[in-house]
Ligand binder design. Structure first.
Ligand SMILES: [Zn+2]
Length: 162
């Protein structure tokens, strides 16, 4: 429900990309042509996915440029929903499952799944833990002495990364 509230349609997905990839305040962005921060406006066009136009030079910025969504005929809201499902499902998601959830063909579901897994999630490799990693509240097993500090009934959540 929270996902649906935040991303009810394609426009909200595009706006999210715009604010997260190009413009923090939703209005100003670095124009590659002017080579400085400019004010951008989204003019209504017949384009399916609108772009933002530099008010200084007329240069168009497309928030999907360089992403796995660019040039895809699948709607942004379906892509976002697929990513939401894949990242919120602990045990992994099959293309068959995605096909059912999104109401797309198996071929489309399979292609989306692979793009998200191999291109989008692969970019997170930089975020993997490296160097000195501190782990606290580790409970490995052995004899039980005194009270266990974890949450009652939550035996999975005994390890947290600091
Ligand atoms: Zn410009």
């Amino acid at each position: 429900m929270e996902f649906m509230r935040e991303f009810p349609d394609d426009d909200s997905c595009l706006e999210w990309l715009w604010r997260n990839r190009c413009s923090e305040d939703g209005e100003h962005a670095e124009c590659p042509k002017c080579e400085r921060l400019r004010s951008f406006k989204k003019y209504p066009t017949k384009q399916r996915r609108q772009s933002w136009t530099c008010t200084g030079c007329g240069h168009h910025l497309q928030p999907t440029a360089g992403t796995i969504f660019h040039g895809s005929s699948t709607s942004l809201s379906l892509w976002f929903y697929a990513i939401h499902l894949m990242t919120s499902t602990k045990c992994g998601l099959s293309a068959k499952h995605l096909e059912r959830e999104l109401g797309v063909t198996y071929k489309t579901a399979w292609r989306m799944l692979n793009k998200i897994r191999n291109e989008l999630m692969a970019q997170d490799d930089d975020l993997k833990l490296s160097g000195e990693v501190e782990i606290d509240e580790t409970y490995v097993g052995g004899r039980h002495r005194g009270q266990f500090a974890g949450l009652p009934g939550d035996s999975c959540a005994v390890t947290s990364l600091a």
